[in-house]
Design a protein around this ligand. Sequence first.
Ligand code: AP5
Length: 284
Amino acid sequence: MRLVLLGPPSAGKGTQASMLSTRFDLLHLATGDLLREAVANGSSLGKKAKKYMDTGALVPDAIVIGLLEGKMKSTQSQTGFVLDGFPRNLDQAKQLEEFTDIDLVLSIEVNPGLLLERATGRRVCRTCGAVYHLRFNPPKAPGVCDKDGGELYLRDDDNEEVVKKRLRTYEEQTKPIIQHYESTGKLKRIEGDGSIDEVQNRLLAAIVEQWPQLDGLAHGPIHKKAAAPASSRPAMQGPRPQAQAQGQRQQGGQQQGGGRRRKRHRGRHRGRYNGPGPRQQGNN
Ligand code: AP5
């Protein structure tokens, strides 16, 4: 299963991708997370990327694609992957086609009026990357991750001014790829308003439409292996981004359904992705 999740900033791509990756044992590949990890590590690549991220612009393709390819090549998956936040423009979509095939593109479409609040109310665990929302998914104790007690922080680019710029960037550069995928017949539009579980059920219905044999897995309890505790993603270990270290500690509210939690992998290789998982899986 090789999935792409599209959608505007804070549409719920990461939340939903995390739930799908747990249910179907997929590799969750989030370019935003890879970039934030590079920033937190203080690498020169991370420093370059941060300048773009802080203004709501896209990071240059070469940086993003290098990070993504490295992760895909270094990570084994027997069942496939879900891409979250990539591709972001037509060039990225075309380059993606050069190193892997995609089976299904799910575009999460949310009433634009909801997006700003989803972004500015988001809080992320510095240790494991779990995502909360002050209003929609508050943690049990303010500012503290339910899963591991890690500190919850506000992303540098989740302030109103940058969120508005990210929304414009999405309209201008990312939205056109919806048409691109529509023309390939691989696109399904998913209504993103409503609760996290409601949106997840719509995504699952679209997946079952594509792979009817997954009906039991989509509606039944989560597979034992997939349901095992995810390895903690040391999302923000290493030097803290300056603004966060200076006290952007924010109060949070409760772990969201499905808990968005991302895993971390390293490595960097070039060439077309031929990993055993997606390739063995074929289109079934
Ligand atoms: P990235 O991290 O990818 O940001 P984004 O696309 O703006 O997406 P978000 O992470 O903001 O939101 P999401 O859709 O994952 O929503 P979430 O599930 O967290 O990228 C950041 C930056 O990195 C970019 O601006 C760019 O500079 C750079 N970048 C990344 N990829 C790049 C690429 N490919 N090329 C170039 N540059 C790149 O949910 C949001 C909040 O809402 C959470 O609090 C959640 O709890 C809540 N929520 C989710 N669903 C619901 C619901 N149904 N109801 C109520 N609340 C909900």
